[in-house]
Design a binder for this molecule. Sequence first.
Ligand code: PLP
Length: 453
Amino acid sequence: TTQTIRNSTAVWRAADTRHHLHPFTDFQGLAAEGGSRIITKAEGVWLEDSEGARILDGMSGLWCVNVGYGRERLAKAAYEQMLALPYYNTFFKTATPPSIELSEKLAALTPEGLSRVFYASSGSEANDTIARMVRRYWQLAGQPARRNIISRHNGYHGSTMAAASLGGMQPMHELDGLPLPGFHHVRQPYWFGEGGDMSPADFGIAAAKAIEDKILELGPETVAAFIGEPIQGAGGVIIPPESYWPEVQRICKAHDILLIADEVICGFGRTGHWFGSNLYDIKPDMMTLAKGITSGYLPLSAVMVGDRVADLLWSEGGEFAHGFTYSGHPVACAVALENIAIIEEEKLVERVHDDTGPYLQQQLASLAEHPLVGEVRGVGFIGAIELVTDKASRGRFNPKGRAGTLCRDHCVKIGVVSRAVGDTMVVAPPLTLTREEADELVKRLRLALDGAA
Ligand code: PLP
């Protein structure tokens, strides 16, 4: 009965509040609000909570459930692999069929030259691996002074010490005095917020030039790599001006610096291309993959290593003294293979590119007329809605972000998941979202905006 459901929800909430320290959460604040919303089931793009409410998941969980919820094929792939071989490591000269097949598949899917894979279980671990691998590369290349890594303010690369140092999130740095030595940050290509009177094209060049300024300040002979998300996701869906990535590539080449694309969000179809690097014609030396690689059904990440780095590690490196118990986990790899097969068979990348992506962007764009909205931007199945107090001056609501309140108070009531980043609402629905569901998503976002106006 409804009463029993309510009672068990209350009991769960109390237990959760008492015992679980949630990530990126104000523990006391959550308790004061009565505890967590408890999600019990999901199908397609719809979540269901413990009280039976249906919620349209405009965020694919945490930007990861690319093929949508409820995929029996993925459950079967995991089940069958667990029975055949639930675990074996890939240390000490052993491999498993799923780890072999997935490596071959990823080498074929990713841009040319990225033909080798190092596995981990999360985006954070993969980026940690990259920090170590690029420094090792430069040691072997006879330039051990190249240890500095440059990334962007407001970039997100994960939560381990090295990944949080790579990232440019101020509150994460303040938590315990990061970044670690050797990690440096430059401005983000955020035209709406920081472009001032510049055209997007000029601003894109200026934002890229900040990388060159930093390289010259540090001394090019000390710089190992630049890492960036093709589109910054957690930083607020920062779509760079077209001029940005070509200039970044020119700069990295001119100073012989490794270019790394963090494709944790952009990868596996999110932008209407297999990878964000395909969208912007980026030719990275290394690439980070996670999230959409398994559509979040199991934890898995991968570092794609280009020939330049891999060949030297291979020929001169000896043992690469790094790895994780779950590197190349056979069940996670089996699920990744099946997930990629679904994306291919259902032509999800093509659908987002040609059909549902442009349609969703067109519908989202209609929100720009709302009095609270300063800009709507996006590509494929990733988008952002900037809230303002005044459209002309792009006046911010408040530094704490009104979007947070809007998402928490109004989206929840209306039954839609959108995430707040400062004053920006972001969306990244499953790639399976239909046109009708896109209409429903935008309708609910408009209702939430109306509620907050
Ligand atoms: N890189 C990017 C671009 C991400 O968005 C994230 C997570 O949101 C990470 C890395 C970290 O991944 P994980 O949370 O799996 O450690």
